[in-house]
Design a protein around this ligand. Sequence first.
Ligand code: NAD
Length: 504
Amino acid sequence: MNNIFKKFPFTITLNGGFSGSWFASGAKSSGYSPVDGRVLPEVTVNTSDDLGRIVTQCHETFPVWRKVPAPARGQIVREYGEEIRKYKEPLAQIITMEMGKPMRESLGEVQEVIDICDFAVGLSRQIGGPSLPSERKSHRMFEQWHPLGTIGVISAFNFPMAVWAWNMAIGMICGNTVLWKPSSKTPICAIVLTRIMEEILRKNNLPTAICSLVTGSGAAIGNMISSDERISMVSYTGSTNIGRQLGKIVQERFGKLILELGGNNASIVTSNADIDIALRSIYFGALGTAGQRCTSTRRVIIHEKIYDQLLSKLTDTYRKVKIGDPFESKNFLGPLVDRSAVKAMQNALVQVRKEGGKILYGGEKLSEKGGCYITPAIVVVSGNLPVVKEETFAPILYVMKFRELDEAISIHNDVPQGLSSSIITNNICESERFISECGSDCGIANVNTTTNGAEIGGAFGGEKATGGGRESGSDSWKGYMRRQTCTINYSGTIELAQGIQLDF
Ligand code: NAD
């Protein structure tokens, strides 16, 4: 890792907290790379007292940042995106080293950071509201949007750079200061990205606490962020159970909230599908990031006419998948993030057997390759068994059969989560039904493509136990601002709405 750090033109100290300066008074913590088990550089993490100081700095910086015009804020984000372009390769290497994603996908993740910066720059000249007709003479009514304050971004390990970047780029152009609490599994990604932002802000004579960072225990630090009234909005990306607890704490104090929680995504493959497209979509959907994307394909619901054919091709393809070092381009499947993820996958497979599912392929731990490599599993089930309704963050693909499309849609929607979905068909009636109000109940519904791999231009997020939040493109920026409706009377007299008369 130290060799990767040398590719940046500044020193990187692994003190995990930043708010104008780098500091951390907690314990030293070192993780293991899932790639080869090597010990990663030690990071000194923050304590609760540190967090208090960081929130104060970030909060006190808000009045300065909100006065910078939005297009000028966009220029800072533009400069940041340009800097990230220069370091795409070493940044991707840090992702792969810290959490094990194959390099091709890590490069894609850094590209996502660049893309959202570009998007936010354009947006910085567009965050306005409509002008609306007033019912009163010589009155003008319009909506406008103001920054919220400090936003707390708590992110998951699986997109250790992109998720923060979505929140940072949109949050910053909206005039907020941003406090990031990354996953305890990926503090180094966070330190390096924050260090790059520090340089940009310093160069522009702006307070560097605009983008602050805190690392440390998810439970302790995360809880404090949720309950601190100085944090106007919490954007939480992570598992549904923690999101549920955190959501209550934030709502209790009327804080704003964006929840991006777990998924349980399915592809329906109809008898009118192009089998090759189905195969490729499921392959990347289920195996990309070793099944550790919130949008990973976890269930595939296949029409009975093509069931045997597709399942046999899928199993053949799984047999051939190259598993190993994610830095080597020949390998498609890297390791899971850590040993506990391997254990969770094995536990789910034990459970699925108990519930009557049949493991058709895979699910083995590849001990000779190190602790975190596994073979991806294909499991045949008769429907949404209890274990299928839970999100296991690993490459387990549950396969089911259907006869009528309505039946497939009903199986599809019969899980607590509602993030992403897809249908593979060349029949326009089937695809239209799937994306209609009677079809998929997810925040993302695709046709003839994967459930994962969303572009930054669309709003990203899901319904039900996925939390209902939206991030990234489209009008998601509205979640990062407060709306104000203004009425201006230039009539020279007073006229009340709804025709109410003033009798004096
Ligand atoms: P996780 O829930 O274990 O951790 C997420 C974050 O929460 C981390 O930063 C962690 O330190 C922090 N945390 C832990 N306890 C906390 C607490 N009590 N209060 C506040 N914060 C706390 O999730 P993970 O294993 O890092 O990531 C995988 C999960 O994230 C999956 O469920 C996946 O579907 C979900 N995810 C969702 C999206 C989405 O956009 N919907 C995107 C990525 C990941």
